[in-house]
Design a protein around this ligand. Structure first.
Ligand SMILES: [Zn+2]
Length: 375
């Protein structure tokens, strides 16, 4: 491609780069076989990629008895992307390389407001991250911004926002403050994408984002999001769990969100989910423990079992609560299996990798994916 990287526009070179990115480190032989290309074609393309500083070759550490093969991998720090996750009261920022290694990661308390003070705060946050990381601004592909809203396919226009108060044309007002390409992304979809990429999962999976509202994501094979006909697929939080049940912020009653959002737990401890889980785990507060196991997890088990029966995919527990669930995952799996007529192995339920930065990482992934796809 004739980008600033100056890579040749050869289709083979692009295919080879993408193969190495997704499967590397790998040998020349493996690339030639996987892409049905001749060895000289692969060698030529690799020479071009090496000359552009996009890949490197190392001698394999593994000894097979014969000559050690050269393993090829992408050089991850030729490009970077920034992800920002905006929530009602916090802003998270990550700066990541092509390998999703976080060069910078911060979470700051800053209530969302649609005004120039807030926009300038974001601008400073981005400029500080670039400066402190020591990367060249030219190597930054873009800034993905995750928000707890529903966004049209143009990744700019907001068409549903209740968790934060914002106008549909926030993008028009905010984007002049961002000195790089930028787009908006739904927070739960971004979180799911980050977990899928981190797990290098080629298989489909469902992501349940258990934060102060509940969202979700469906990741189809090849780590692509399924957004549905109206960009509101995987809104698992508004599935009706109990007809005429608790009121939900969406205006309806009985939504799963009203039974499984993170605030239901953190409200017991003045907003601190860490403190809530510390008291549950230590057994210090029997009431918290009973509520968590007998109510919260029972509602979550209903949801997870229903999703498993609908999709038959792995389910990742994410968001604020998911990040704390390592200690109770075995018990939770048993609760789900008790409801499931077919299964005896609950390993399809997993705890997320990221603690608080999943949505920010997922928003950055858009620009990384775009870069890799365009080679
Ligand atoms: Zn609802």
């Amino acid at each position: 491609m004739e980008s600033s990287a100056g890579i040749s526009n050869s289709k083979n070179t692009g295919n080879i780069y993408r193969y190495i990115y997704q499967n590397g480190p790998c040998s020349r032989h493996e690339i030639a076989q996987a892409l049905s290309l001749s060895q000289p074609t692969v060698t030529n393309a690799l020479s071009r990629l090496r000359a552009e500083n996009m890949i490197r070759e190392d001698v394999s550490e593994e000894s097979t008895g014969g000559r050690k093969p050269m393993l090829i991998r992408v050089i991850p720090d030729v490009r970077y992307a920034i992800g920002i996750d905006i929530t009602k009261n916090h802003v998270s920022i990550v700066l990541t390389d092509l390998d999703l290694s976080l060069v910078c990661s911060k979470r700051i308390r800053m209530p969302f407001e649609e005004n120039e003070t807030y926009f300038s705060f974001l601008k400073d946050l981005i400029e500080t991250a670039v400066r402190e990381s020591g990367i060249s601004p030219e190597s930054l592909l873009g800034v993905g911004i995750s928000l707890p809203v529903l966004i049209e396919e143009n990744q700019k226009t907001i068409y549903y926002a209740k968790e934060i108060t914002t106008s549909p044309d926030l993008y028009t007002r905010l984007s002049p403050f961002i000195p790089y390409p930028c787009l908006f992304f739904n927070d739960a979809n971004s979180g799911g994408l980050a977990e899928s990429w981190r797990g290098n999962a080629s298989r489909p999976m469902l992501y349940l984002s258990l934060s102060n509202s509940v969202g979700g994501a469906t990741i189809w094979q090849d780590q692509k999001l399924v957004s549905g006909d109206n960009m509101r697929g995987s809104e698992f939080g508004h599935m009706t769990l109990f007809p005429n049940g608790r009121p939900c912020y969406c205006g309806k009653r009985g939504c799963m969100n009203a039974y499984c959002n993170a605030s239901l737990l953190s409200d017991f401890t003045g907003g601190s989910l860490e403190e809530f889980f510390q008291k549950v785990q230590s057994g210090e507060n029997k009431g918290f423990r009973d509520y968590f196991y007998n109510e919260y997890l029972s509602y979550l088990a209903l949801t997870v079992n229903n999703l498993r029966l609908c999709y038959d995919y792995d389910i990742i527990l994410g968001g604020y609560v998911g990040a704390h669930m390592d200690f109770c995952i075995d018990r939770f799996r048993s609760m789900v299996l008790d409801l499931n007529p077919f299964e005896t192995d609950g390993s399809f339920i997993r705890v997320c990798h990221y603690r608080t930065e999943a949505s920010a990482v997922g928003a950055a992934i858009y620009y990384i994916n775009d870069f890799v796809e365009k080679q």
